[in-house]
Design a protein around this ligand. Structure first.
Ligand code: S3P
Length: 172
């Protein structure tokens, strides 16, 4: 049976954390984030985990979090940008609840994600590299139940659209 969580997916800089937090508040639900679960468990930041343990180990930790998420119900869950992008992951996320893709203009996503300087997947990557990564990931995100195009929208507007889409998933 499908869970009743709301699961946010999307590329780095899509606003999964900030919009997820506000969505949870609006819906009166708890907010959880896979990156936060990982840093709490490891006692290190995401860049430190990449530096000391490597990307492969980080992806393994994401898989562990996916298992833990099976215990959640009624939550808003924000996932790291790479978590859904492995075979079988979108199917697993969909068992947790309604999966929402926060889609955006790639240049805007990259600009926003680059601002914080704490994204190891962007470090040393050219705009072309990032575009390639995005194109590889897009088919996974596209399997979401709902897609919200965030282009040109503020956080509040994105959340309003998510609430409307969750209430009326077929848009009629
Ligand atoms: C990653 C995205 C990050 C974080 C890690 C790897 C990725 O999360 O999980 O740096 O591979 O896209 P955000 O999507 O919240 O930036």
């Amino acid at each position: 049976m499908r869970g009743d969580n709301v699961v946010l997916v999307g590329f780095m800089g899509a606003g999964k954390t900030v919009c997820g937090r506000l969505l949870a508040r609006r819906l009166g639900r708890c907010f959880v984030e896979t990156d936060e679960m990982i840093t709490a468990r490891e006692g290190r930041s995401i860049p430190e985990i990449f530096e000391h343990l490597g990307e492969t180990r980080f992806r393994g930790l994401e898989a562990d979090m996916l298992e833990l998420l099976r215990l959640k119900s009624g939550d808003v869950i924000a996932t790291g940008g790479g978590l859904p992008c492995r075979d079988g992951r979108m199917v697993a996320l969909k068992t947790l609840g309604t999966v929402v893709w926060l889609r955006g203009d790639l240049a805007a996503l990259r600009e926003r994600a680059g601002r914080s300087g704490d994204r190891p997947m962007l470090a040393g990557r050219t705009a072309e590299d990032v575009e390639r990564l995005y194109r590889q990931r897009e088919p996974y995100y596209a399997q979401a139940d709902l897609t919200i195009d965030t282009t040109g929208l503020g956080v509040d507007q994105v959340v309003t659209r998510m609430v409307a889409a969750l209430r009326n998933p077929h848009g009629s």
